[in-house]
Design a protein around this ligand. Structure first.
Ligand SMILES: NC(=O)c1ccc[n+]([C@@H]2O[C@H](COP(=O)([O-])OP(=O)(O)OC[C@H]3O[C@@H](n4cnc5c(N)ncnc54)[C@H](OP(=O)(O)O)[C@@H]3O)[C@@H](O)[C@H]2O)c1
Length: 314
C-alpha cells in the first residue's frame, strides 16, 4: 500500500535518484509518524482505498516518513481522526503506539480495568507522557506525573490528577509519601529504577515498565546476536530480582499497530485525546526541527509538514 502525503514528524525527503538497491540502509529516511492520503493500494487490501485519509507509525525496519511517499502494510495503517488536521494527526501515532505497547500489551491495562488503578508516569511532559496521561484518564485511572515545574499547567490540562516537580529536589521523597502505585511508566530512565520499584504495591501484580532500555546500545556495541543475548540476560536478571520483592520489572518498546490506532482515532474524535503539538516546521527547515528535538525539554511533539493535503490548511 502506498502511503500519502501530509505532515510527518521528523523525517526527511526521499530523493528517488539516490536510492540504490544494494541492501544498504542509506540514504536513511528518518521519521516514524505519518499522516496523509492513500495514493494506491495493493490488490489484497480491502479495508482502505485510494483517497482515504490515514495515519500510521512506521516500523523501525522501514524507511521513514520525511518523504512525499511512504509504503506501508495495511495492518500498520489506520483511518486518521476526522477532527484532526494532518499536522496534528502526525503528532500522535508513534507515541500512541509506544504507549499502547507499554501500557496495554506489557502492562495489561485496558479501558475496562483502569478505574481503580493508580498510575505513575515518570516524565509526563514529552511525547509519550502527554499521550499516556490522556489515554489513562479517558480509561478512568488515577494519574500522577513527574515533570518540570513549567510543565505542570500542560500536564494538568491533559488531566493529570497529581503533579510532582522533579526539579524541586529528590523526586522519590514526595513520591514515597503517596499511596503506592499499580503501574509505573518510566520515560526518564537512568537512576529512576533504583527507587521507583519501591513505590509499587507489592504482591499485587504491580508493574514497573521502562521505555529507556540498553537494547539499541547493546546491539550497536555487540552486534545483533550478542547484543540481543546481553539484553535478554540483563532484563531477565532484573525481572527475577524484583519478582522476589513482589513487583514486576519490564521493558517497553514501540510496536506499530494499526488496530490500536483505530481505537485511538475514536478516542480522539470523541474528544478524549488531543494532539499536543509544540512546534511545526516546514520541510525546508528539517535541520532546525531536529536541532529543536535534540535540545530536549519537549512539551509534546515537533511536527514537520511535507506538503499540503486537500482541505488541510495546516
Ligand atoms: N523503547 C522504545 O521503543 C521507546 C519508544 C519511544 C520512546 N522511548 C524513550 O522513552 C523516553 C520518552 O520518550 P518521549 O518521546 O516522551 O521523550 P521526549 O518527548 O523527549 O520527552 C521527555 C520529557 O521528559 C522530561 N524530563 C527530562 N528529565 C526528566 C526527569 N528526570 N523527570 C521527569 N521528567 C523529565 C523532559 O522535559 P524537561 O527536561 O524540561 O523536564 C521532556 O518533556 C525517551 O527516553 C525515549 O528515547 C523509547
Amino acid at each position: 500500500m502506498n502511503g500519502g502525503y501530509g505532515a510527518a514528524t521528523l523525517s526527511m525527503k526521499r530523493d528517488p535518484l539516490n536510492i540504490k538497491q544494494t541492501g544498504s540502509e542509506f540514504p536513511l529516511i528518518l521519521g516514524r509518524d505519518v499522516s496523509g492520503v492513500v495514493m494506491e493500494c495493493g490488490l489484497d487490501v480491502k479495508y482502505f482505498k485510494e483517497g482515504d485519509e490515514v495515519w500510521a507509525a512506521i516500523p523501525p525496519w522501514k524507511q521513514g516518513s520525511l518523504a512525499e511517499f511512504v509504503v506501508l502494510s495495511a495492518n500498520e495503517v489506520s483511518r486518521k481522526p476526522k477532527s484532526l488536521s494532518h499536522a496534528e494527526a502526525a503528532a500522535v501515532p508513534y507515541v500512541a503506539a509506544t504507549a499502547w505497547s507499554a501500557l496495554v500489551n506489557t502492562g495489561g491495562l485496558a479501558k475496562d480495568n483502569c478505574a481503580k488503578k493508580r498510575i505513575l508516569i515518570l516524565g509526563g511532559s514529552g511525547g509519550v507522557g502527554t499521550f499516556s496521561i490522556q489515554m489513562l484518564k479517558a480509561w478512568g485511572a488515577h494519574v500522577t506525573v513527574t515533570c518540570s515545574q513549567n510543565a505542570e499547567q500542560l500536564v494538568r490540562g491533559l488531566g493529570a490528577d497529581h503533579v510532582v516537580d522533579y526539579t524541586a529536589g529528590p523526586v522519590e521523597v514526595p513520591l514515597g509519601a503517596l499511596e503506592k502505585f499499580d503501574l509505573i511508566l518510566d520515560n526518564v530512565g537512568g537512576a529512576t529504577e533504583q527507587w521507583a520499584l519501591g513505590l509499587l504495591k507489592p504482591w499485587s501484580g504491580a508493574k514497573y515498565i521502562t521505555l529507556v532500555t540498553p537494547f539499541l546500545q547493546n546491539t550497536d556495541l555487540l552486534g545483533i546476536a550478542d547484543g540481543m543475548l546481553q539484553t535478554g540476560v540483563t532484563v531477565a536478571t532484573k525481572a527475577l530480582k524484583h519478582l522476589t520483592k513482589g513487583v514486576h520489572y519490564r521493558w517497553g518498546f514501540f510496536a506499530p499497530n494499526g488496530p490500536a490506532l483505530d481505537d485511538i482515532s475514536e478516542m480522539v474524535d470523541a474528544g478524549q485525546i488531543r494532539a499536543v503539538v509544540e512546534e511545526q516546521f516546514p520541510f525546508s527547515q528539517v535541520p532546525q526541527a531536529f536541532q529543536k528535538v535534540e535540545e530536549g525539554h519537549a512539551r509534546g511533539k515537533t511536527v514537520v509538514q511535507i506538503s499540503r493535503g486537500d482541505g488541510d490548511d495546516s
